[in-house]
Design a protein around this ligand. Structure first.
Ligand SMILES: Nc1ncnc2c1ncn2[C@@H]1O[C@H](COP(=O)(O)OP(=O)(O)OP(=O)(O)O)[C@@H](O)[C@H]1O
Ligand SMILES: O=C(O)c1ccc[n+]([C@@H]2O[C@H](COP(=O)([O-])O)[C@@H](O)[C@H]2O)c1
Length: 219
């Protein structure tokens, strides 16, 4: 069976250990060796990436040093903004016509999928693997179009992700990682990490935290 090419797209402002742990756990679950953390050039819904592309890329590379199973996939920085996933995955598909492609996303991204550019084409280019995310991100009522897509394309058989090039939706049974970049940016802007409910070091790798402090990114 072919080993899928697996990418996990994000703003990564900053990349945190919630990203790293969730994607590696899901990779284990679906039998994938390598995951590319793929920083977007300009996230379509956010309007701005927050900090400079150079700094986000540097932090993603540092976050990837956490595991030899992670690498920085920088394809979106070479493509026109905004970073529509359908364009990125189309480009990856052109480069790898028959290899299975996996696009990982958190549950909140999945819940918003119908608002994405040409959203119904996305799963035709890559399998979608959805990582669990804690409750505050869940909508009151699931979108019926997503329920329908999950019914037609959903699979619980990980072999399908290796046997077919694209087309499946897989909900991973990953542990919840109760963190977001927003929470971390807010905590960092507060200057005194001991005031916060969690330690920054629980959620940022030492090298990423060191980079943020050295560059005074979120103060
Ligand atoms: N703690 C987490 N658990 C699982 N998935 C996550 C987690 N944090 C982010 N993701 C997913 O990672 C992808 C990239 O997320 P992003 O870089 O925007 O991080 P974020 O923490 O959601 O940032 P922000 O708080 O700035 O919106 C998205 O698909 C998102 O759903
Ligand atoms: O294609 C779209 O319309 C689209 C809309 C929102 C988000 N995305 C992608 O989803 C990933 C996570 O985005 P974000 O904003 O949560 O960091 C990232 O790869 C984005 O480029 C893509």
């Amino acid at each position: 069976m072919a080993q899928p090419i697996c990418v996990f797209g994000g703003t990564f402002n900053p990349p945190h250990l919630g990203h790293v742990r969730a994607c590696l756990e899901a990779a284990d679950e679906i039998g994938v060796n390598q995951v590319g953390l793929m920083p977007s050039k300009l996230p379509p819904h956010k309007g701005t990436a927050g900090v400079d592309e150079h700094d986000r890329v540097a932090m993603v590379k540092l976050a990837c040093a956490h595991s030899d199973r992670l690498f920085a996939e920088l394809i979106e920085l070479t493509l026109p903004a905004p970073s529509y996933s359908v364009k990125t995955l189309g480009e990856l598909r052109q480069r790898h016509p028959t290899t299975p492609l996996v696009f990982m996303m958190g549950q909140d991204s999945w819940d918003n999928l119908p608002s994405w550019h040409e959203w119904e084409s996305i799963h035709q280019l890559a399998h979608l693997v959805v990582l669990r995310r804690h409750g505050e991100f869940q909508p009151a009522k699931p979108d019926s179009r997503l329920t329908a897509l999950a019914e037609t394309a959903g699979t619980t058989n990980v072999r399908h992700l290796h046997q077919q090039p694209a087309g499946c939706i897989y909900f991973a049974n990953t542990q919840l990682q109760p963190v977001s970049s927003t929470t971390l940016r807010n905590a960092l802007a507060g200057n005194d990490e001991n005031k916060h409910e969690f330690q920054l070091t629980d959620w940022l790798s030492d090298s990423v935290l060191h980079y943020i402090k050295e560059k005074r990114l979120y103060v």
